[in-house]
Ligand binder design. Sequence first.
Ligand code: ADP
Ligand code: ZN
Length: 765
Amino acid sequence: MGNGRQMPRGRQLWLVPTGGQAGRHLVADVAVRAPTRHTQAFAVPDEWRDAVRPGATVRVPYGRGQRIVEGLCLRVTEQAWDSTRLPIVGVQPGPPWLSEQLVELALWVSDYYLCPPWKTLAAFLPAGLRKARPRVATYVRATGAAPSGSLTARQVLLLTTLGDQEMRRADVLARAGVSAATLRGLCRRGLVECRTRAEPAPVPSALLPAAATGGAASPEDAYELTPGQEAAVRQVCAAGEQRDAFRVFVLFGVPGSGKTEVYVRAMRDAIRRGRQVVLLIPEIALATQIVDRLARRFQRVVVLHSQLPPRVRRATLAAIAAGAVDVVIGTRSAVFAPCPKLGLIVVDEEQEGSFKNLAAPYYHARDVAIKRGQLERVPVLLGSATPALETWYNVQHRSHFQLIHLPERVPGASLPTVQLAQRGSPDVEPACGVLGPELRAAVAETLDAGQQAILLYNRRGYAVFLRCTRCGLIVRCERCGAHLVYHRVEHVLKCHRCAVRTPPPAHCLDSTCDGRLGQMGLAIQRLEEDLRALFPQARLLRLDSDTMRRREDYQTALGRFESGEADILLGTQMVAKGLDFPRVRLAGVVEADAALSLPDFRAAEKVFQLIVQVVGRAGRREGPSLAIVQTRERPPAVIAHALRLDYETFAAQELELRRRFSFSPAVRMVRLLLADRRPYRARDEAERLAAVLRERAGRAHARLRVDSPEPCVIRRRGELLRYQILIRGPQGARIQEFLDSAGRDKELAPRVQRFTIDVDPVDWL
Ligand code: ADP
Ligand code: ZN
């Protein structure tokens, strides 16, 4: 540990806290870096009483061997002297802003998502924040005690240099010209004392360049709110006035109903009351447009996202903690923003899957936001045109959820003409291309009119083929020349024309190249090829993670599209979100139904969301616009509901299905995932675990169900073979408690390379 000063090992020493008043001493609750689900208490040596604060990284003896491990201090209390309590043996002060409330929230996350407290805290206090503390210093001061016995010349020199002031350790050693051993000798005799302290970091004044210019009058300020918006703002503000302001408002509004304006006005009201606001947005590199537009409406606003360099992130968090910021806009981890006077949390597009963290702790930022609102007694505002079914269910079943419906679009916003199209017979697929006749004609018309088109395909659910990352050669069928489709589940290449099956080659088939093979979505490739063949003069811009690596790439690309440098924008569903291009006349979804065949119980919900999004995006201001939803096969009911923007009918039917087949939100779900490189290990361990759990589940709760283990849809990820066990139970079944108590049984621990527990899983593959 950086300036780590370690106490000598040896048990006797640990039993005696250095200094401290007899009878009472400080005790730190520490989340130890170990796979334990509980925090541990340690004695705080007196010399570190200033440094050991919530957020500080400490070193503590842990376990039977009393190995020294790292830990995070969560809280410090004064307690009765306890001779068995081991002391902290090293400290590195951490960010000063880890408040009691944040600790409580983190411990809730740890309990709910069954993730050790250390791991949970490490997720929102990443090492960069925890450790690279700007300034830490140890100070030395004479205690004034009379020396018993004689002093060495060096010791006298040090004491004289020190006088009665407090000095930095390094300074006093340098000035007196003595060694650290001299100092230690004095410490031992109680003649001087050392304290390690964090020096406060300066709070940066202008964090976001836009923030400085923000708050200027915007034309949107002059909008006269629709009656729906008005009522929505009134409700949220009224709650904010209450002492116990905790409510969950679900702002359910068709696209173009002006939800953003409701957020802005409710946020301003909270700021007026002297409070801070957190606005969570989905993790999309493309959200810059929304963010800029929103940020400009406030004065002291910062943006937190996963790609901030640690230095900036640290400074930003310090500013938030100092109360120098009114509005925090950010992606999922911003739910832990250290606001000391939180007044409102807004979650935009609350249905978005990207609010779910895909590593332990597998937390869902929307749900953490709700918990935080409850702990801090502040209102939470969830906005969506297509609420997650979990949220819809809560609206119907929980009294603290309140629905606010915005059924109408704001004046001037028009819906596009919506058209359903079919790609053509699936049997003649290879020949007819990705674009069906309607979509083809609409693209041609748009280009003729000198306007722009956005074409979306759903990334998932498509065939994947292998392409050389060096020369671009695609792996084709040796017999018929068609692209071979890669099937992850079986890890095999198949020809969909002549039914050849072959194991995937390791390298490019061109032996002179021998490059590494990468996977690529077939549809986007085909779509691009088709468009180039059909409209050679059109300027195409493709936006996906194959072509865009960094946030800036997206921004440049979108800037180019906005300024008219491209005619057609191709992209995944992500493109549909939050973009507003006035010259776009056509928005098309290619193969809207492809994702329906995915083995994911949320498939229909996702397709519904995509379509509503597209329809919403296309219906913008100037001139008539057109949305075409193309399906591969006869459109299923979900698409018909979506085209009519009839969420309620869809939700009712879908909830019925979830009930019938026992899926969330009708039941609570936990997914256990076991992965191992050895061929049968994950499966065997999954079977063993499931058998024991099933037996215990019967005792824990009558309706707790442990499914038989199955291979994951993506059976192999990297080297690992993956199996899952699904546990489901009614709302009151306390699955976490059940798993927690099972987890204490060491015998049960699966002997696999990776074992993860995902509570309320979103990722289904
Ligand atoms: P949503 O998020 O509900 O789809 P937005 O918040 O994006 O809708 O609003 C759609 C458009 O309507 C935006 O351009 C916004 O500036 C505008 N708008 C919002 N409220 C009003 C209003 N009361 N009167 C006129 N225009 C409005
Ligand atoms: Zn073939």
